[in-house]
Design a protein around this ligand. Structure first.
Ligand code: PMP
Length: 415
């Protein structure tokens, strides 16, 4: 607690920040909302809501096509987000940033476009045992189509990757290593710099799933040397339906288009179509314009608070929550990696996670129960599901206390 106070004194005022999120002000089932499902989607600050509203109220037009004023304005606002994301991820140029629907589409784009061209029978794709289904299934589809093989880095009882096993998996057949920066089910922060370096040494490419990292820590794609990096706007306090795929331009330039349609072409005849330059080559059809503009506002908002401050505060909140939940008898944390971010996943002896979630909901506490789209992780830990409380920088120690009190009540009810 005292450490939290020191963070607040160092310039992070959680109560002030909470004021930016209208949704947090409500009561649910007569109790103040305690929103602890941020890994599924995070809440949106007024700045984001207003940017979307302004687009629809004032600037609404299709982009890249019109010479008229509204189209010019909406194009400028949308493209401005690309510049903001370039700075946010420290990409070399804004042309390395492709707007997609989210992390899932970003990964599918690479598996489909790069995979179609570069993967052949006998090749291998390496993923880890803690991946979200979005970073498993696209590679499985590719492997099935090409006769390639999916190999899996195992994890230990803490929920950390076994790096020596990873090393053994790498070889001349490895084409791609696709790993989460932060696990949504366990909270593990993976050593992605090292993972990328090892992949490169083996002559493979590396894709990092940044869905759970971008909202919590500074990401520098050049420092990581990742070939591809994907994240979702809606987990970064931005709108749903928009996300970004970063890719090194020399790789993106060599890849075939993902989808055909408007914006991705230079010229079309029935005999032959030539494609647009990056990033538009991968952006067919009218995109989520309002979403893209909202994402720009979300990036600005996060930058204003500062990811360093966010990370430090959340780290202390996580330590506080870990300690609080450890006091509850019969509760077992799933995922106790030494490097963790923002996730408290757990099971309680003899009580089904859905019952836990339902009782907590009656107390106004929103948590996620289930397999969190990471069924192999559940299998690894021998549980069908967990309850997951996932944190954001607007959560408080009082909310953690409410969660702990709620879980104690759940225990009494099911004893
Ligand atoms: N990867 C991870 C680690 C995730 O947590 C999620 C979302 N739960 C995804 C990928 C997929 O993100 P989206 O549904 O926004 O495409």
């Amino acid at each position: 607690m005292s450490a939290l106070v020191s963070t607040i004194q160092a310039g992070f005022d959680v109560e002030k920040v909470r004021g930016d999120f209208p949704v947090l002000k409500q009561k649910v089932h007569g109790k103040p909302l305690v929103y602890l499902d941020n890994a599924a989607t995070s809440q949106k600050p007024l700045a984001v809501i207003e940017a979307i509203r302004k687009f629809y109220e004032v600037d609404c037009a299709n982009i890249h096509r019109g010479v008229h004023e509204l189209s010019q304005r909406s194009t400028a606002a949308y493209e401005q987000t690309r510049v903001k994301v370039k700075q946010f991820l420290n990409a070399r140029t804004k042309n390395e940033l492709i707007f997609v629907r989210g992390t899932t589409e970003g990964i599918n784009l690479v598996a489909s476009s790069w995979g179609r061209k570069c993967v052949k029978s006998g090749d291998e794709i390496v993923v880890s045992g803690m991946e979200h289904h979005s970073n498993i299934v696209p590679w499985q589809i590719l492997c099935e189509e090409k006769g390639a093989k999916l190999r899996v880095i195992p994890i230990d009882d803490r929920g950390e990757l076994l790096m020596e096993e990873y090393e053994k998996l790498l070889g001349p057949r490895t084409r791609m290593v696709a790993v989460a920066h932060v696990s949504n089910a366990l909270g593990t922060v993976n050593p992605v710099r090292e993972i990328v370096e090892m992949a490169h040494k083996a002559g493979a490419l590396a894709l990092i799933d940044g869905a759970q990292a971008a909202p919590h820590m500074k990401v520098d794609v050049q420092a990581l040397d990742a070939d591809f990096y994907a994240f979702s706007g809606h987990k970064l306090f931005g709108p749903t339906g928009v996300g970004v795929l970063y890719g090194k331009s020399k790789l993106l330039n060599a890849m075939p288009p993902y989808q055909g349609g408007g914006d991705m072409i230079r010229t079309v005849t029935f005999e032959k179509t030539t494609y647009n330059d990056l990033p538009y080559k991968f952006e067919a059809g009218t995109p989520n314009i309002a979403g893209g503009i909202g994402l720009g506002a979300a990036v600005d908002y996060v930058n204003r608070i500062g990811l360093d401050k966010i990370g430090a505060y959340e780290h202390e909140l996580l330590a506080y929550g870990t300690e609080a939940l450890s006091q509850i008898g019969g509760l077992r944390l799933i995922g106790t990696a030494r490097q963790k971010a923002a996730v408290l996943s757990f099971v309680m002896e003899g009580i089904h996670p859905h019952d836990i979630g339902t009782v907590l909901d009656r107390m106004g506490i929103a948590v996620r129960t289930g397999h969190h789209c990471a069924q192999p992780v559940m299998d690894r830990f021998g549980v069908p599901a967990t309850t997951r409380a996932s944190l954001a920088f607007y959560n408080t120690t009082a909310e953690i206390d409410a969660l702990a009190a709620g879980l104690t009540k759940v225990k009494e009810m099911f004893a």
